[in-house]
Unconditional design. Sequence first.
Length: 269
Amino acid sequence: MPPSAAEFAAQPVAIPGLGGRRVLVTGASSGIGSAMALAFAASGAAVAVHYHRERAGAQTVVDAIHARHGRAVALGADLMEAAQADTLVQGAAEALGGLDILVNNAGGPVALMPVADMTDAHFDAVFNLNARSVFAACRAAIPHLRRAGAGSTIINITSLSARLGGSVGAALYAASKAFAVALTKNLARELAPDGIRVNAISPGYMDTPLHHGISSPALVAGWVTQIPLGRAGAAQDCAGAALFLASPSLSGFVTGQVIEVNGGQYTGG
C-alpha cells in the first residue's frame, strides 16, 4: 500500500524544478489536498495550505512542514463565494512572496440526491464549489503566474465522474467536474504564450474523507471491485501526479492534458 501522508512527507523527495517554488493548494486540510501540500513541501516548495472549516487539519499539515524546516502557511476561505477565492489567491501570493503553482483541489458533491429532488440552491452550492471556485481562483492567479514567468502552472483536480457521469445522485458533481476539464483545456491554449501550463488530474475512487458519510459501504465496495489494480486509491497516488505536472523538467511539454489516476478503472480516450 502507498505510505501514509506522514510517511510520504518524511521521505527524501527531490523533484526537479520545485525547490523554492510557491504553491497554493486549495482544500488542503485533509485527503488529496494535504498529501499534495506535504509532497510539494518535501520537494522544497513553499506552500499555502487552504482550508474552509478544518482549521486544525490545515495547521497539522503546516506543522508537519515546519518540522522539516519547510515554509508553509494556513489560509482560510469559503470558496463557495467567488470573492473569497480572489482574497485567498492574493493572500497566498503575499504570504509566499509570489505564486508559481495553483492547485485547485477543493471540491465535493455536497450531497447525493436524484435529479428530480435537486433544488436550485443545491445546484448553486455544487457549481459554486466545484466550478465557480476553480474559475475564480484561476482568474485571480493568472496575473501572479505571469509575473512569476515561464514555468508557472495550474493543476485542476477533476474526477472520473466527469468522464462516466458519476454515480446515481451525483449528476451535478459530475457536470461541475466536466466544467473543470473544459476550463483546463481552454486555459492551456490561452496561457501557452505566457509559458504557463494548465493540466488536470482525474482521480477515480480514493479512500479519502470526501466519501466518508456520503458514499455507502455497499457503493464503495462496488467501486473497488471495478478497479483492475484491486484496491481503492490513496491520496498519495494523486500527489505524485501533481509533482510530475508541476515540474517543468519532467512535464515541460505537457499542457491541456487530463491525467487519469484510477487504478485502471477507466482507460478510454
